[in-house]
Design a binder for this molecule. Sequence first.
Ligand SMILES: [Zn+2]
Length: 166
Amino acid sequence: MTEACQCSPDAGSEPSEIHVQSLGRNVCPTNGRQGKLVDTKTVMAMLMIPLTHVKPAQYYFCREADCPTVYYSTDGQIFNETYLRERVFQKNPNDGSVHVCYCFRHSANSIHEELESTGKLTVIESITNGIQAGQCACEVRNPQGTCCLGNVIKLLKKLQIEQQHI
Ligand SMILES: [Zn+2]
């Protein structure tokens, strides 16, 4: 495998950056799967408990539907949905009322409603227009801390497949 670097772990990096290099340290402690690094600002925006619980650790987002843990830290802290101000799209794949787009409040149900009443799907256009207008704030609105468009596209594919079967 790769040779261990002899230089200081801090060499060349920003002073504020903490890199956890040891493999296996940053997998979800609940299901053992690799989560995605999430900005602490996102965790702080999502928590409904006092932010005194937030530690100077790196937080990760577990996106697996079969795992109750949403955020976990490199020092073993775990937050499931009951600690959060939002329900999490990835954790509720069969609940159409859970938002897929948190900035503009789209859900599988709202997409279904539009399809049924107008036969159209304008959700992508709506989100794209919002992004261009500088109205999105995924880092503090979306539990994953990043843009929802990938999730929306996946959801639309799923809904359109369902639509063909009606
Ligand atoms: Zn997990």
